[in-house]
Unconditional design. Sequence first.
Length: 341
Amino acid sequence: MPNEQLTSRERRRERLDRGIKVRTEGLYALSSWKEMFYLLAPRIVLILGLLVAPFLLDMYWQRVLCAAGIYALLALSFDFLAAYVGLVCLGGSFFIGSGAYISGLLNAKMGWAPFLTIPIATVVGAIVSTLVLLPCLRLRGIYFAITSFMFPLLTVNVIIALNIFGGTEGISALATYPNPWVDQYLILSVVIVSLFTLRRLVNEDMGLILRSIKDNDQAVKASGISILSYKIKAVFIASLIGCFGGAYLSHLYGWVGISQFSLDFSILPIAATVMGGMGTLVGPVIGALILTPLSEALRGFGQLRVVLYCLILIGFIVYKPEGLMNYLQRKYHQFEHWEDV
């Protein structure tokens, strides 16, 4: 008994991240493989989970996973603009439609293969989207949100009124991917690369300037930094991600039409961001990977799926405004272990 009491006095419970946080702040130094694994474990779980998921699903749910990847890209671009630039962009469906139509037209009219049309449509669509949003960059808050929300509606009505790009029937018989594994791992790899690239970007000098523009743009302007140029770069990066999703989508189903401008591409990314946690980048991705299969499972309820989005938004805003990612991250860092005194 005395030995047991002595042992209990010589050991104490300590949070796992305490020592690691002290050593890594500013120095980025780790003292053991255990600490490296502690920091890398969440990233490894996410990457392996995405790469292994196609092997665990049947063909139907593999397609749902591809759609979830597209929504994850839109949620990622929305979170980047809203949380780090202060631009609440509701025009995610405009990014999807731009990339989809450009890629579809290049394939249908020029006969180019998807692996040529997709990168071209991604870049050209991003340029077009940036130029369209350029006059609106001086707006902030609800004004920019409403304006960006109008562009998909405007484009759809122009296509229907002028009967261009196939009108309401769209463009069909587009080339598809060689096999299901290509379309799955193409979108999943782009989601992973986009996520970690944006994570690195927001932690660099550009991310610091973007956050400063969001917090106090007049102070940034007084420092001699062009606010407009950085907003243009941010919108181009976000639209680049969204337009890839549209270009990819057009060849996933071999068809492009006005449904690519559907409001679902603007609404679901917002719900995913609120659910996952705004400002975390990875949170919106996780939210999209949860909401998309859930929405597909409720497809039989028709438009009642929109009610689901509303309930999720209300529930997380009222009861868990920090989002899933912030909550899970806090719980992960609060794990304790026995430490020798």
